[in-house]
Design a protein around this ligand. Structure first.
Ligand SMILES: [Zn+2]
Length: 222
């Protein structure tokens, strides 16, 4: 009978021969590996995970080396992964950020300093793709500058537009690109908040009649 020790001895003494035999076997049975992997999926995943955890340093060194050998490829792979697992990718980056906020902020700043052109292009693209959000941000920045009290978020503005069915609060025309109008102007101490913001078309927002209507509205409220 072949005892475990004898089996090990045999393997040690015939390493090369066994390797060749296995290679030949695989050549004549090309799908055996795939079949094995398919039927032992869970176990393989587990042992792979165990290996991953036990060899964290080795793995890190290997992927660093791989990235130097295949520039662009690793980032293409991870970009594809992120595209296919958007929600999980977001969650992971949230967790990374929460675990090391200071480090993340410092790394991001360093990256921005080292890649000003890429940053510029990315921001320009973002601004072009999110005109509505940009309008809200610009308005919020103006409100902060005139030291208005209160906060108003993009979500609140979206809800406000839905409430008014995307119509100008003064002339009632339905349209895209409505601006935020402060019923009590910021210059008169009005707050930059949901109670004081209505959608207005550009002509109405800049008309004298609107400011009279505004005054009437606020008087009624007193
Ligand atoms: Zn209008």
């Amino acid at each position: 009978m072949l005892t475990p020790t004898r089996g090990a001895n045999y393997r040690a003494g015939n390493r090369e021969r066994l390797r060749l035999e296995a290679a030949q076997y695989r050549r004549y049975n090309p799908d055996v590996g795939a079949r094995y992997r398919a039927t032992h999926k869970a176990g393989l995943k587990k042992s792979q995970r165990k290996w991953y955890i036990a060899n964290a340093e080795k793995r890190k060194a290997y992927s660093a080396w791989y990235r130097t050998q295949h520039p662009g490829k690793a980032s293409a792979v991870s970009a594809r992964w992120r595209a296919e697992h958007a929600e999980e990718a977001r969650e992971r980056s949230r967790q990374r950020y929460a675990a090391d906020r200071k480090g993340q902020v410092a790394r991001a700043r360093k990256w921005r300093e080292e890649n000003p052109d890429t940053l510029k292009a990315t921001l320009a693209r973002y601004r072009a793709n999110h005109p509505e959000e940009m309008r809200v941000r610009a308005q919020a920045a103006r409100a902060r500058k005139s030291s208005a009290s209160g906060t108003y978020t993009f979500d609140e503005w979206t809800a406000c537009l839905a409430l008014w069915d995307n119509c100008c609060a003064y002339c009632g025309r339905k349209m895209k690109g409505l601006t935020q109008d402060h019923v009590v102007p910021l210059s008169k101490g009005g707050w930059h908040c949901g109670l004081n913001v209505v959608p207005a078309c550009k002509p109405c927002n800049s008309q004298k009649g609107v400011s009279m209507l505004r005054e009437w509205l606020t008087m009624e409220g007193e």
